[in-house]
Design a protein around this ligand. Structure first.
Ligand code: GKR
Ligand code: MG
Length: 434
């Protein structure tokens, strides 16, 4: 099936002022949407990281994409994820996701693979998860993903979104935020973004979450490397009970050595809370050392930067073989990404945790999926009985997103700059901070 055209739409969407150790989310987050059109007029789609560089990288591949066979393109481009100097030899970085030059080629490949799979699925009338070896679940569980945040729902001027969740800079407000998400989406677990307030306040936040939701709701905390090894061990000890029962401690300290030292410290104290990572371990190259040092017991996959859906399935197998768990990482995204995440999760047996998603933070007004937002019911996304990813683009909404993109002054995510602009003119991203 020959690909005859390729289009990349750079869009912006409103995003609330969420905090993390990276800084502050800007009023608009950026995404790129890819379309591949076949000679018989079928269009396959994908959503990926936003801004200029990811768009330029996709467009640079145009010569290899247009004219290629959709069934063979990902094989022909495999060098982007498995070739020399492309990701098998990666050092550690701490860029915001989507801005790490070391996984740029994997991100490009992932978007092309997703669009090819969607195109093939549409052409043969099969859902993407069934092309990936067949689904092992019809419903994919996602987790509530609360953040400390400032007042505001995202957007600017006349284009401001409703502030559905309000300001949340205390444990009590954070618990209210999660309650609201549980009521609306039926989530059954919580992944809480820490690394923002003093660790004592974040410990108290987790304790209040445990009191509010009880021991059957798994809790995870992710400070994105904001803590020293000592602080990480202290938090792990303080939250021994709360993070047990399906929870984990995600990227408390920096790098594989930092994580290994936290693991050793916790084990010495008789605590085996798993350590999860999407910062210390972000590529296959990191796994041997991590396994050797028992640094990470759960890896967060993400087809957007691990090199696509099939690489995620390889990752799952590696995790299973080495007795590690597999969870799924997320970044601000819309419905096309959510469906792609759901399809790969549906076709990956060794997915041992509910997936992360930022989806509750985005609003209907920005959705690019025809017919509106993808439903999350009882905390799950159901795989629809439709070919491909099961969603189509709303081209009016794409046009709107492109207009917004033209208006925003930035072309990449820079949470540190936003933090200085809106919260504290002297703020610096310091790792570890506590
Ligand atoms: O959205 O600010 C955010 C998160 O901090 C995100 O960028 C992280 O990559 O969700 C992510 C994580 O689990 O580390
Ligand atoms: Mg994380």
């Amino acid at each position: 099936m020959k690909i005859v055209d390729m289009r990349v739409h750079s869009i912006a969407m409103a995003d609330p002022p969420l905090r993390s150790s990276y800084g502050l989310h800007a009023p608009y987050a950026l995404r790129n949407v890819l379309e591949l059109e076949s000679e018989d007029g079928i269009v396959g789609i994908a959503e990926t990281y936003g801004g200029e560089k990811p768009a330029a990288a996709l467009l640079a591949a145009r010569g290899q994409v247009v004219g290629a066979d959709a069934y063979r393109l990902t094989g022909d481009l495999l060098g982007l994820v498995e070739g020399e100097g492309d990701g098998l030899d990666r050092s550690q970085t701490h860029h915001v996701p989507g801005e790490n030059p070391l996984d740029a080629s994997s991100r490009t490949y992932a978007a092309l693979e997703t669009a090819c799979l969607d195109l093939i699925g549409r052409s043969v009338g099969q859902p993407v998860c069934d092309l990936l070896g067949g689904r092992v679940r019809d419903e994919v569980p996602f987790s509530a993903y609360p953040f400390y945040k400032h007042a505001g729902g995202g957007g600017e001027g006349d284009d401001k979104r409703e502030d559905k969740y309000g300001e949340a800079l205390t444990p009590e407000a954070l618990v209210r935020q999660v309650r609201q998400m549980f009521d609306e989406y039926g989530f059954g677990s919580v992944k809480f973004k820490g690394g923002v307030l003093d660790p004592e306040i974040e410990i108290e936040t987790i304790r209040q979450l445990r009191r509010e939701f009880g021991p059957d709701v798994p809790l995870r905390i992710d400070p994105n490397s904001a803590w020293t090894v000592e602080t990480s061990i202290k938090v792990g000890q303080a939250l021994k009970e709360e993070l047990s029962n399906g929870g984990y401690l995600e990227d408390p300290a920096m790098g594989i050595d930092g994580m290994a030292a936290v693991r050793n410290g916790l084990l010495a104290a008789g605590i085996d809370t798993p350590l999860a990572s999407n910062v210390a371990v972000t590529s296959f190259a990191h796994i041997p050392e991590s396994v050797r040092k028992d640094a990470v017991q759960v890896i967060l996959c993400d087809h957007h930067y691990w090199g696509g859906m099939r690489q995620v399935q390889h990752l799952a197998k590696i995790c299973q073989v080495f007795g590690m768990g597999l969870s799924m990482h997320s970044n601000s995204h819309l419905g096309v990404s959510l469906m792609a995440m759901a399809h790969v999760a549906a076709a990956t047996k060794h997915l041992t945790y509910a997936c992360d998603t930022h989806y509750p933070w985005q609003s209907e007004k920005d959705e690019i999926v025809a017919g509106g937002r993808v439903p999350i019911v009882n905390g799950c996304v159901r795989i629809p009985d439709k070919p491909g990813l099961g969603v189509d683009l709303d081209y009016d909404q794409i046009a709107r997103g492109k207009e917004l993109f033209e208006k925003v002054p930035y072309r990449k995510r820079d949470d540190e700059a936003e933090m200085r602009k809106h919260v504290d003119a002297t703020w610096k991203r310091v790792l570890p901070r506590w």
